[in-house]
Ligand binder design. Structure first.
Ligand code: UTP
Length: 293
């Protein structure tokens, strides 16, 4: 029985959709309420039972390492000022997980970012969580994938049905539903035009992948947008091994997109007991103003 022990979080993209905010800071560090997006992803990984985490970083990404490091000076200040709750939170972040970092020297695409993890992963199945995809729900999205992996012992991808006008933004599955929400993948295609798309089942930012992907990625050339696409390599993997799609439970937010970021901010804030009361009142007044008459 193969077990998934390691996770990779690619966070080396340019974040062009979020300029100018991402000119000097990574989009993965943009706060959703009061935590950077990538912290939610690391917490999801830990809540799913995986503790060895590799973050793929690049230029302008030092703040990610700093965020998860021990912050001696800040801890001294918080202690001196008696801000013990904040001190505990800051210390907790510094001890969250065994984090490792590899630098992707150039953002050549998601497939290339995953390829940078080959030495850390070795010859075992591993999880991939995109640094700008958040999922809100009761069971962590990665845990749902791991549960399916335990049964099928083969690559599993998180999928979601998207509206027709969004099909050309995602990797799309050609697949047959084998049981409720579980699809056996026949083929995958990156960002197809709606007319030729095999379905509206889009690949979301969570995967469990077999290590056979690495030699395939080594041979994968640039695809859509001139980038080395993970979807292209998965397409080849699909010809050799079974791949399953899982329609996971939960709501997904692309926080690398301005609208997705705003949606996540509002909904995560509403989940927060310390904020929800005042924030709900504020939203009510905004809605009354917006929809009056
Ligand atoms: P995206 O395509 O959403 O990231 O990649 P991007 O290229 O930064 O986006 P835009 O279009 O320019 O705004 C999904 C994830 O893969 C990482 C990104 O950091 C993001 O978390 N990624 C992407 C890499 O690590 N390396 C790359 O070369 C590309």
């Amino acid at each position: 029985m193969k077990k998934v022990r390691k996770a990779v979080i690619p966070a080396a993209g340019r974040g062009l959709r979020f300029l100018p905010a991402t000119k000097a800071q990574p989009k993965e560090m943009l706060p959703i309420v009061d935590k950077p997006a990538i912290q939610y992803i690391i917490e999801e990984t830990l809540d799913s039972g995986i503790e060895d985490i590799l973050i793929i970083t690049g230029q302008n990404k030092c703040s990610i390492e700093n965020h998860f490091d021990k912050s001696v000076e800040l801890e001294i200040v918080l202690k001196e000022q008696g801000k013990l709750e904040l001190l505990a939170e800051v210390q907790r972040i510094g001890q969250l997980a065994d984090l490792y970092y590899v630098r992707q020297k150039e953002p050549l695409g998601l497939g290339h970012a995953v390829y940078c993890a080959r030495q850390f992963i070795g010859n075992e199945p591993f999880a991939v969580l995109l640094g700008d995809d958040l999922v809100r729900g009761t069971t962590p999205c990665l845990k749902q994938l791991l549960d399916l992996y335990e049964k099928v012992q083969s690559t599993v991808i998180a999928v979601m049905e998207v509206p027709p006008e969004h099909v050309n933004r995602y990797g799309i599955l050609d697949a047959v539903e084998e049981s409720q929400g579980v699809y056996r993948v026949k083929d995958l295609v990156e960002k197809p035009p709606l007319e030729s798309a095999p379905s509206r089942l889009a690949i979301m930012g969570r995967y469990i992948i077999e290590p056979r992907i690495f030699p395939i990625l080594a041979e994968t050339g640039p695809g859509a947008g001139g980038e080395i696409q993970l979807t292209d390599a998965l397409r080849q993997l699909c010809r050799e091994q079974a791949i399953y799609g899982l329609a996971f439970q939960g709501k997904r937010y692309d926080v690398g997109d301005k609208l997705g970021y705003l949606q996540a901010t509002v909904e995560f804030a509403l989940d927060r007991l310390d904020l929800a009361g005042g924030f709900r009142e504020y939203l009510r007044s905004v809605c009354q103003e917006l929809f009056k008459g």
